[in-house]
Design a binder for this molecule. Sequence first.
Ligand code: NAD
Length: 510
Amino acid sequence: MTELASAPERAESGELKRITHWIGGAAVPGSSGRVGPVYNPATGAQTAEVDLASVEEVDSGVAAARDAFPAWRELSLSRRAEVMFKVRELVSRRREDLARLLTAEHGKVLSDAVGEVTRGLEVIEYACGIPTLLKGGFSEQVSSGVDVYSIRQPLGVVAGITPFNFPAMVPMWMWAPALACGNTFVLKPSEKDPSASLLTAELLKEAGVPDGVFNVVQGDKVAVDRLLEHPDVAALSFVGSTPIARYIYENGTKRGKRIQALGGAKNHMVVLPDADLDMAADAAVSAAYGSAGERCMAISVVVAVGEVADDLVRAIKERLPKIVVGDGMDPGSEMGPLVTREHRDKVASYLDSAPTQGATVVADGRETAPDGNGFFLGVSLIDDVTPEMDAYKDEIFGPVLSVVRVPTYDEAVQLVNDNPYGNGTAIFTRDGGVARQFQFDVDVGMVGINVPIPVPVAFYSFGGWKASLFGDSHIYGPEGVNFYTRGKVVTSRWPDPATSRVNLGFPQTR
Ligand code: NAD
């Protein structure tokens, strides 16, 4: 068995990169005296220090956004769309560069990192249609000579707080619609992989986004708490774990802010006995171990219904030795390391607790982790998992797939619906009627039918139910446009002054 390395390593060159804030259109080195370490998860070496903002530094980011708001808001829709098209072009052109930053700090393999940027680009493309998306309604002659129309206007300064697992795409889910709608933005990226935020800022500037419209404040809880309480922040989008999502929602709404807070997940893939076994096994393996399981839409539980279980576990197990785990920069690697040593160790701990609680470890990723100091864990499969076990109850967020065996479809649905999370789920079957019933029955926000990771395309909205989302708004797509704007209804008439008289009655339409 490979020993899981424990000693932190420093980058060989000894020179640590400094990752700064971006405020008012320029990189701004931190002055709080607080920094956090950034690692290359594939080597275990520290490669950078990221500035951690003080309250005053957050305030200066918000002030830059507030000052930039009036002019940005006033810019015509066609001009804002033009800027977004340019942003799209530059992000597309630099997608490999962004992807390399992701791989270097997150660990995901380069092809997956390119895929992340590409999915984010879809949201930017959607935002390019902002002149159409902001079209309001108009009703002529609702009363004699009276017209009514609705418009949507930006909120002002909005903030985004993002998780480590999609350091480029999740911020794009937020800033692309927010900016297109006429808001100015303060991003607080994950302190674990913050470099992509600065390249993004440079690209936005190059595209013609005016200084102060997009700002980055690096930091931790200090920065988040200041954004939550800052009176000039009108709305806050959060994506991360459920406890912090709940905290953001409760503390933001308490202060009158508009909040969308997306939380964690435990995504079930239900496999019925009539499913194509090879297709189901391929899908389970791809969706469980892609990005080392560090996706909020990763499949973490396969629910094997009836007699399919033994064959399915066998088919999944057969596929595992072929998965190439290694440095994400190596084109041969299919799965990279986990993001930090602590997280890797926590994920690995389920391989100890599960058998003591009665489960069967079919594949133990500690035995197949590459040597070295990287934060690697090989792919792991645990069978005979039941809902009381920690491996089922916790969002493991790593390359560990659990199998829960249930006798019937009804029990499968019950299991999914009893789970506190409701982000994504999938069903694998050849029976269209059962699939349609599943779509009707499950208490989950995003459902795949023979699709294991049903992340909605950019012109729909992304969001879970239950403990996977706090707030009323899903993210990006039409709900994103609604979130970043507020409605105004105008009632208008142009009467002949000669007809004017005093009337204390309530306005009537007929
Ligand atoms: P996290 O909740 O630890 O961190 C998210 C953000 O919150 C970071 O910017 C972090 O700096 C900040 N934060 C952390 N602790 C805080 C605290 N005590 N007070 C205030 N702010 C704090 O999440 P993570 O580990 O970066 O990301 C993984 C989690 O995100 C998983 O639970 C995953 O399911 C979830 N996620 C959800 C979605 C979704 O769309 N629902 C998408 C991606 C990730």
